[in-house]
Each structure stands twice: as structure tokens, then as C-alpha cells.
Design a binder for this molecule. Sequence first.
Ligand code: SF4
Length: 64
Amino acid sequence: MKIEANRDICIGAGNCVLAAEDVFDQDDEALVVVLSDQPSDDQTTEVRNAVAQCPSGALSLVEG
Ligand code: SF4
């Protein structure tokens, strides 16, 4: 599974960081930064929650 983040549509809500703080961060403009774009199996659930809770649809998962 690979995470893709579209910083052009991120609105800096920070939900992703709250859901998966080991995987996502925010830069000085509050836009998402992916710390680990290939999360471990342990992180799968929190990453899925983060994607589901992103209000702008900036996050997506590529399975495989
Ligand atoms: S939850 Fe979505 S809109 Fe909010 S910071 Fe993360 S990627 Fe950006």
C-alpha cells in the first residue's frame, strides 16, 4: 500500500496528523507532509482512518 497526498488540494485541516501522527505531518503552511509513504502493516488501520477523515480528499491509497 502506498500513500499519495495531493498538496494542491490539501486545506491544512490536520485530521490526517491526528489520525496517524507517525505517518503524516504538516509543514509551516499547514499542508500535509507524508513522513512514510509506505506504511507498515501496523499502521494500516490508522492510515485508512486518516484518508477517510480528510475533508478535502487530498489523500489516496494505492493498493499493492
Ligand atoms: S486531513 Fe487532508 S486536508 Fe487536512 S492536512 Fe491532512 S491531507 Fe490536508
